[in-house]
Design a protein around this ligand. Structure first.
Ligand SMILES: [Zn+2]
Length: 386
């Protein structure tokens, strides 16, 4: 069987595991582990706290530093079957497209990498090829966070990571971070006719949001010179605000769900520092002067690191050489690449299919994209053959 036919076959299996982020991915991981161990890989499996999800890290070639990681998440976003032309969890070919949830985001890349495993193994690798299959990317990159920690603790240090998110095989060298928070305000209820005798959580939340908008304006002139992001600065955004019980009752609680998209870690620190100071020195003292039980707590929903554009990037150089791309871009969506980079691994994003099809009904990957991905991986094989 040719590698492309084998990739389709594997993709059919991968799509058939309904690895929606809320569900277990253990069956998919077991399937991939079998394929990789058949190819002679050394496997390392680790489960999350619930025991229902696992990361798989597999190595072909010598166990030493300087390897190349092929990384992809195993989870997919939910699919509403009624909105699909065919069953989302049955890979279905129409024309030159393969339809199925996760086909482009990002089981297509995983299928291509797994199909290539026996060929990598035959090549007698001079530097290791690692396969990183992670859980819970779509809800905060939790699996990759754990995996990157594990790699750091394993004693071997890969030098390059290729994250196969759908880029139409273009090379992506940067993206913003995505930090998400929920801030809860606890005030003190009272009669609406006596506002000074209660602590209005909605009003304090409004002041907090107002401060956040103000910080948003102050972030604009902090845009790094030459930033290629659109917009070029770090943004903040309030997506949801809810609180209070009725018009004539002082609001006892309020919740603000907000996010920031930092172009660099410094900006995230700037936002946190400013908001933290405002809460500690202005809002909380005013609230607690009326009622000591009042509070403001912020919980982190997820902090997905950005991928910083760097002058010297082995990952970019290798993948540009493999794909024949003469330039690398930046994108607006977040990936696991920033996590790998923060562990000192040169990282780049390059994978088959288009982000335009991700997270939508009738998600598909074009067969030609899988073929282009296999071509890149085959060139990688030649490059690292002993
Ligand atoms: Zn993805």
């Amino acid at each position: 069987m040719g590698t492309l036919a084998r990739t389709r076959e594997i993709l059919g299996h991968l799509v058939a595991f309904p690895t929606v982020s809320a569900e277990s991915n253990l069956e998919l991981i077991a399937y991939a582990a079998d394929l990789l161990s058949d190819a002679g890989a050394t496997l390392s499996l680790s489960r999350d706290e619930s025991g229902t999800k696992a990361n798989l890290f597999a190595t072909l070639g010598p166990m030493r530093d300087g390897g190349i990681v092929l990384s992809g998440h195993t989870d997919v976003v939910p699919a509403e079957a009624s909105e699909w032309t065919s069953d989302p969890f049955t890979l279905t070919e129409r024309g030159d497209r393969l339809y199925g949830r996760g086909s482009c985001d990002m089981k297509g890349f995983l299928a291509a990498a797994l199909a290539m495993a026996p060929r990598f193994a035959e090549a007698g690798l001079s530097r290791p090829i690692h396969f990183a299959l992670t859980y819970d990317e779509e809800i905060g990159c939790f699996g990759a966070r754990a995996l990157v920690r594990e790699i750091a603790g394993s004693g071997i240090r890969p030098s390059v990571a290729i994250i196969g998110e759908p880029t139409m095989m273009g090379v992506i060298e940067g993206h913003k971070g995505c930090y998400e928070y929920t801030t809860e305000f606890t005030g003190m209820e009272g009669h609406g006719s006596q506002p000074d005798k209660g602590v209005n959580a909605v009003e304090y939340a409004a002041r907090y949001v107002s401060r956040l908008l103000d910080i948003g304006e102050r972030l604009k002139p902090r845009a790094p010179a030459g930033s290629r992001f659109d917009p070029p600065w770090t943004t903040v955004q309030v997506g949801r605000m809810a609180g209070g019980a009725a018009r004539n009752v002082i609001a006892g609680t309020c919740t603000v769900e907000w996010e920031m998209r930092p172009v660099r870690p410094d900006d995230a620190d700037f936002v946190k520092q400013d908001l933290g100071d405002y809460v500690e020195t202005v809002l909380l003292p005013a609230m607690r002067a009326v009622s000591p039980g009042c509070g403001i707590t912020t919980s982190v929903v997820g902090e997905v690191e950005g991928l910083q554009v760097v002058d010297e990037s082995e990952a970019r150089d290798i993948v540009c050489a493999l794909t024949g791309c003469d330039h690398a871009d930046v994108v607006a969506f977040g990936t696991e690449a920033g996590l790998f980079q923060s562990a000192g691994i040169s990282s780049v994003i390059c994978g088959p299919g288009s982000i335009a099809q991700a997270h939508k009904p009738d998600e598909f990957i074009a067969v030609g994209q899988l073929a282009a991905c296999l071509e890149m991986l085959d060139k990688l094989r030649i490059r690292v053959a002993g």
